[in-house]
Write a protein that binds this ligand. Structure first.
Ligand code: T4K
Length: 372
């Protein structure tokens, strides 16, 4: 049992010696970044793991998302969810596009396809759904809508690395999928991200864009940025990928203990994986309904904090309530009532591979003591 503070997550790290061995050749080559050997090896390993032909690594998930939106030359409105991390909408806005918010489903908190169609007009160019917490969106319904209206689908799959439907990874849905490999993710490269996509044209664009648009020593083809993953980050990824299955198996034990302990309490809703899905146990969201449970989400948050346990309110506030967007057309959380309801009541519990089951029990005891 831990006697230090328990935070919402803790980065997975390979054995120190394994990482040192992985980075040792860099002292020979002095090649530290700009698509080096580790970068190439990680791209190949990830393509293999995800079952995709094309993948581009990035310095982080946010830059990956901005880049793919730009590379697709999108213009106009993008339908997305307000129930996500700031990055999703920020990327859309920073690329000069207009987000239009659809509400979410109450069971898995992903975008509700039934809400999308009525929001589409002649200016709509794309849908950016989020596999929030690693819950796979209703990918078939979304694709059907996109096909009927000629829209691109770019998944924010930041949370969904390691999630499969049957033998298809989350990378294979839509026109593109962005992953985050941030330190807080199931699979991390310290900071990092990737885009999976289809087609040689996008491959060239994405790879050039992340390196200032440079095509060769004498040709600069795009007004690109700098969003390259460095060799130390790629080496971390190569190591962490070897341990991924073991880390997910440990997370499963943690998740199942939480679910067993909490799902029977009245007014407490946990989110179990849907049938046919191999989950990654990325996050452990719990929704508290005050009427039935007898305490609010904030009461539970405070009680845990008093015991040095730091759960997080992912994702409160909703993006359409952010200060930075106040007064903008369409940013109004009353138009996404399900998302608002969940955001006001959700707490994501500490979740990581090495979280001791005794600590999960202790956390659940604190939670249950808040109730009636
Ligand atoms: N789309 C979605 C849906 C996302 O959730 C994210 C990122 C993105 C896009 C963008 O991807 P990136 O550009 O980040 O690759 C964290 C992460 O920074 C962010 O990556 C993540 N989503 C978001 C949900 O969570 P904060 O501000 O809550 O992180 P912070 O610093 O409070 O850390 C949370 C906890 O993690 C700490 O209490 C302890 C633990 N931790 C943190 C760090 C930095 C570690 O164990 N090791 C660490 O190195 O945003």
């Amino acid at each position: 049992m831990s006697d230090s503070p328990i935070l919402v997550t803790r980065s997975s790290m390979p054995p120190f010696e394994e990482y040192v061995k992985e980075i040792e050749p860099l002292w020979e080559s002095h090649w530290l970044t700009n698509m080096g050997e580790k970068h190439r090896a990680l791209e190949a390993a990830l393509e293999n793991y995800l079952g995709v032909d094309d993948l581009a690594l990035f310095v982080n998930g946010h830059q990956a998302l901005e880049c793919v939106l730009e590379a697709m030359q999108l213009k106009g409105k993008v339908i997305t969810t307000p129930y996500s991390f700031a990055s999703t909408t920020h990327a859309i806005v920073r690329k000069g596009l207009t987000p239009v918010f659809a509400d979410i489903k109450p069971d898995d908190y992903t975008i509700d396809p039934a809400q999308i169609e009525s929001l589409i007009d002649e200016d709509t160019c794309a849908i950016v759904p989020v596999h929030v917490y690693g819950n796979l969106c209703d990918v078939d319904a979304i694709q059907d809508i996109a096909d009927r209206h000629g829209l691109k689908v770019i998944y924010d799959a930041a949370h969904a690395f390691g999630v499969f439907r049957g033998d298809r990874s989350s990378a294979t849905f839509g026109d593109a999928a962005m992953f985050s490999f941030h330190a807080t993710k199931v699979f991390n490269t310290i900071e990092g991200g990737a885009v999976c996509f289809r087609g040689p044209e996008l491959k060239t664009k994405l790879n050039r864009w992340k390196n200032f648009g440079i095509a060769d020593e004498e040709t600069v083809e795009y007004v690109g940025g700098n969003a390259k993953m460095n060799e130390f980050a790629a080496a971390m990824g190569l190591c962490n990928l070897r341990h991924l299955d073991g880390e997910i198996a440990k997370r499963q034990k943690v998740a199942e203990r939480y679910w067993e302990r909490l799902e029977t309490a009245p007014g407490v809703k946990v989110c179990r994986p849907a049938a046919g899905i191999t989950p990654n146990y990325a996050y452990l969201p719990v929704v508290f309904e005050e009427d039935e449970f007898g305490a609010t989400r904030n009461d539970v948050f405070d009680a845990l904090k008093a015991h040095d346990v730091y759960a997080r309110k992912y994702f409160y506030p909703l993006i359409n309530d952010f200060d930075c967007y106040r007064g903008r057309e369409g940013f109004d959380s009353s138009r996404t009532p399900v998302a608002k309801h969940v955001a006001d009541r959700v707490l994501t519990m500490p979740m990581y591979a090495d979280l001791a089951l005794e600590d999960v029990d202790r956390i659940c005891d604190i939670v249950q003591a808040c109730g009636k």
